[in-house]
Design a protein around this ligand. Structure first.
Ligand SMILES: [Zn+2]
Length: 330
């Protein structure tokens, strides 16, 4: 089995605050012996739990990077017990390019796990997480948002797991994150996901969808900053009380939550994020973009709930997810 080529430029297990890089050799036209330099901060104070915090798993999602560069700068070793490993931009080449996937190998980080030590750049990063960092972690927080093509109500989520003790531990950490919405998430495409790889190692895992559209707002970045500190407090790493506000519990129980377009064209959203939606109600219409005098196609909710996500750009293609309806749990 080949070993992973990534070398940290800082110690991963020394007390204090260390800022450096995960250096991944990447030979290419403009740098024969070049490297991808993925920023990393490790903050440690004595023995205790380890938290692994990642943003920009998808490179065009910004709440995680903002919250994590802020945390890397402001969190000090005396504030904690244990260790915090912070990687604000996990798919760093994608983040640098402002893209969901890596411009080097088109790698979608969240479809690349468990990775390959002798694979592409994206597969090597995934393998380093999977084989080196995740095994040392007790709690793992991976930030997501909708990126350029989706927008979400701000939520933190846990998955339905076979191990109900682990599921309960994940849900408790998600509730500690305290986003405005808390979701039990059904993944529609979970093969190769970081989430699945971390959960399969028995870890406490928290993920989020905090907004989207290829940007962050003051509100969504604030939710991320509060949430990450709350998770560290919940894990017993950071001192202080968890900051709690009311959070609406949502469920996405099956594929009926998702509405996909069968047309390409101009999308007219008929509901905004957070709006109440009744089963059968029109959530969006798709107009032909290449002619006048034609009726739009109506897309209807398959179940009642609230609009949790929607397609963001004004033009839509056949096969795009145009709406997600989540069920409010009383
Ligand atoms: Zn994402």
């Amino acid at each position: 089995m080949p070993t992973n080529p990534i070398t940290p430029t800082i110690p991963l297990d020394a007390d204090g605050e260390h800022h450096g890089f995960l250096r991944l050799p990447y030979s290419r036209d403009d740098s024969a012996w070049g490297s991808v330099m993925i920023p990393i901060t490790v903050i440690k104070n004595g023995d205790g739990p380890t938290a692994l915090l990642t943003g920009a798993n998808h490179g065009d999602e910004y709440e995680g990077p903002i919250a994590l560069v802020d945390l890397a700068l402001t969190l000090k070793a005396p504030d904690i017990t244990g260790r915090v490993i912070i990687i604000p931009a996990l798919n760093y080449p994608a983040f640098q390019a402002g893209l969901r996937t890596s411009p080097i190998d088109r790698g979608n980080m969240n479809r690349s796990f468990p990775g390959k030590p002798d694979g592409t750049v994206t597969q090597k990063i995934a393998d380093y997480l999977f084989s080196v960092l995740v095994p040392e972690a007790d709690v793992v927080l991976d930030f997501h948002s909708g990126g350029k093509t989706l927008d979400f109500i701000p939520f933190a989520s846990a998955h339905v797991l076979d191990n109900k003790d682990q599921q309960a531990a994940c849900l408790a950490a998600v509730e500690a994150f305290n986003a405005p919405y808390t979701v039990m998430l059904l993944e529609i495409d979970n093969v190769g996901m970081y989430d699945t790889a971390v959960e399969d190692q028995g870890k406490v895992f928290v993920t989020t969808e905090l907004g989207g559209g290829g940007t962050a707002t003051a509100a969504s970045a604030g939710i991320a900053k509060k949430g990450v500190r709350n998770v560290l407090k919940h894990a017993g790493i950071l001192k202080g009380d968890i900051e709690k506000s009311p959070s609406v519990i949502l469920d996405m129980p099956d594929g009926d939550c998702f509405v996909f377009s069968e047309d390409s064209g101009l999308i007219e959203t008929m509901k905004d994020l957070g709006d109440t939606v009744a089963k059968g109600e029109i959530v969006a219409r798709v107009w032909p973009a290449d002619r006048t005098g034609c009726h739009p196609t109506d897309y209807r909710a398959n179940r009642s709930g609230i609009l949790a996500s929607r397609h963001f750009p004004g033009l839509v293609k056949a096969g795009d997810c145009i709406a997600v309806v989540a069920v409010v749990v009383e």
